[in-house]
Design a protein. Sequence first.
Length: 259
Amino acid sequence: MNFKFNKILNKKNKSKIICLTAYSKNIAEAIDLYTDIILVGDSLGSVLYNYSTTRKVTLDQMIEHSKSARLGIKNSLMVVDMPYRTYTNKKRALKNAKKIIKETKCDAVKLEGGSSIIKIVEHLIINKIPVMGHLGILPQSVKGKFKIKGKKNNERNKILNDAKLLQKKGVFSIVLECVETSLAKKITKSLKIPTIGIGSSQNCDGQVLVIDDLIGLNESKIKFVKKFGKIKNNISQAVKIFKKEVLSKKYPTRKYSYN
Ligand code: KIV
């Protein structure tokens, strides 16, 4: 593990870890100074392509968006989601993870699941592929509505045990998606590696959000999403002015022309 991973591991119990998604260069560049981790998440399927599920996202889409995002990342650790069905067995997982790392120059990959994929996670890590875990809601496995995880005892035990198992096999951190508050606290306290929460309360070592939701580019009604900006309004406003100036021949003036 290089200094970028150590920087993140060392933040545990000291300072919160900032993680955001980015699917392209310009967004990555705009956030990179403030993030510890930039995730090219397969959420791009719903956010950019309006897919009803992340299951439709392909390896090629992930690679192309990651190559773009890579151009804007200098400071943060870059993690790329392995899309649905690209890690169904050890051989396929390793081949695809190597392809993602080679083509995108990312630092790590993220896989959804615990004990059900543990042999695959172990195989990647033995082969020197850094892995981020993902527990709680697993969008690649959900059919229908997303429900908070960890309300029932058997579910709580399973998520906690999965987190410990992933840590034992060497993942460098775990995303906890929509995990009930007290369970998120228990998992975070039980682990040496950091937890990164999304809809999982203050009790995680870091927070991740989809950037389009945070800046108000994407309409999201999810409870845990706070809009920190109104970028869609800003874009509309700029385009409205552009249109007005073109129609009134105020733009382009000589200053914006080649004379
Ligand atoms: O796909 C994604 O963007 C994610 C985050 C929301 C954690 O997995």
